[in-house]
Design a binder for this molecule. Structure first.
Ligand SMILES: Cc1cc2nc3c(=O)[nH]c(=O)nc-3n(C[C@H](O)[C@H](O)[C@H](O)COP(=O)(O)OP(=O)(O)OC[C@H]3O[C@@H](n4cnc5c(N)ncnc54)[C@H](O)[C@@H]3O)c2cc1C
Length: 377
């Protein structure tokens, strides 16, 4: 899979990515090829027809995709999260219904938590559902749904009427685009090509809509969806690492090709060497953090969530920093719209926000450590 992905990135993605970015278009053939290679459904267990790859095996695949375009790593992420939700919390009927299609690449899934008034703070979720004939009646608004126009399935956080806490709702796409379920595109600075949708439900009748895990999953949606976000944070961290890889490549191109002064190259000067040394160090440290986080997720370690969060924060902050550093070396060559560094400047901040805004994650991590310390006194 990794070899095939590498070829796809070198031969198809890199020659076209600036055009796709400009046109805000991720071609269907590329998604189809990723599905054929088994990338979106890679985590599906063997008994449902999948390859049962561990998250640690996906790190190089997600990173390689991001070296081509972070939008590719993002596009396959939510289907991996859907897989994890079904495996960890689905009923057997739900697993049998959806996992085989995810394994073959026929079913891609969205993962929808965010609302116009609720990002990090899930106590503000206002979308709600109530039982209806063979499904659910849905009312509310969701935002930033990857695959929100075309993926046939979504896992969506919403409160079942009469419950205090939200549940994770399995929502097939029948009726999407109708008057009761409208879909609008969101225009984005970067991370283009990925469908990012805003949904409005007005007493929408969703046949086949149900609570993940049935009765046992009622009111458990926030816990379930946050739990699998450890996988999503490894994915976002890989996006950041892919950006760092490309920023370092751009910096090295400048260092070894651009003449400065008489008979010297930019890379012969110590300030360039210093910057490239910093970039290389950060690349290695971020890579190590991501591998450690992925291994913790695979072994179900208690440290998995904290490590995945830390890796995502380090990778994303380093990605933004790396692009800035490489752009200083490239100067005006980073500023015309068709350059890779110009695109990376727009793409990199997505990794600071996706799967949780970094500042909000840091506040939560700090709170947890202080609480631990108080409890140990
Ligand atoms: C390109 C893109 C794609 C996305 N795709 C998806 C998707 O597929 N599915 C999905 O569900 N979501 C998606 N999102 C949404 C993303 O997960 C949210 O934007 C993210 O969780 C942050 O939420 P927010 O933007 O509402 O900001 P918030 O988290 O609400 O943060 C706003 C501000 O409040 C601060 N803050 C937050 N919590 C606290 C606190 N406790 N104390 C003090 N200050 C605090 C933050 O630091 C920040 O400054 C996507 C977003 C983007 C940009």
């Amino acid at each position: 899979m990794l070899e095939a992905v590498r070829r796809l990135v070198d031969e198809v993605v890199l020659p076209s990515v600036e055009r796709w970015d400009r046109d805000d278009e991720l071609p269907d053939e590329v998604l189809k090829r990723l599905a054929e290679l088994g990338v979106p459904g890679a985590l599906v267990p063997e008994q449902y027809g999948g390859r049962a790859l561990p998250v640690s095996a996906m790190v190089d695949v997600w990173r390689t995709l991001a070296q081509g375009w972070i939008s590719l790593t993002g596009a396959v992420n939510t289907t991996a999260l859907a897989t994890e939700l079904l495996v960890r919390y689905g009923t057997e009927t739900q697993r049998e219904r959806w996992l085989p299609g995810i394994a073959t690449g026929e079913v891609w899934s969205s993962f929808s938590i965010t609302e116009p008034g609720a990002g990090s703070d899930l106590s503000r979720i206002e979308t709600w559902v109530e039982p209806a004939e063979e499904g659910l009646l849905v009312t509310g608004r969701k935002r930033w749904i990857a695959g929100g126009f075309s993926f046939p399935l979504a896992f969506m956080l919403a409160t079942v009427k009469g419950q205090l806490r939200p549940s994770c709702i399995l929502l097939p796409s029948e009726g999407r685009g109708s008057a009761t379920w409208t879909v609008e595109p969101l225009d984005k600075l970067g991370y283009r090509g990925v469908e990012s949708a805003a949904w409005v439900f007005d007493a929408h009748h969703a046949p086949g809509g149900e609570v993940l895990g049935g009765e046992a999953g009622m009111g458990q949606g926030a816990r379930q969806m946050l739990d699998v976000l450890a996988v999503g944070r490894v994915n976002v961290a890989c996006r950041g690492l892919g950006v760092i890889d490309r920023a370092l490549k751009c910096a090295l191109d400048e260092a070894t090709e651009r003449g400065i002064g008489r008979g010297t190259l930019l890379g012969d000067h110590s300030h360039t060497q210093l910057r490239i040394g910093e970039l290389r160090g950060r690349q290695l440290v971020v890579e190590a953090a991501i591998r450690a986080a992925a291994e913790a997720v695979d072994r179900g370690g208690e440290d998995a969530a904290a490590r995945a969060t830390a890796a995502k924060i380090m990778a994303s902050e380093s990605a933004v920093w790396a692009v800035e550093l490489a752009s200083r070396l490239a100067a005006s060559r980073s500023y015309t719209g068709d350059t890779e560094l110009a695109r990376l400047r727009r793409d990199a901040p997505q990794t600071q926000i996706g799967e949780g805004a970094n500042d909000a994650l840091l506040i939560a991590a700090g709170k947890a450590v202080i609480k631990e310390r108080k409890a140990s006194r």
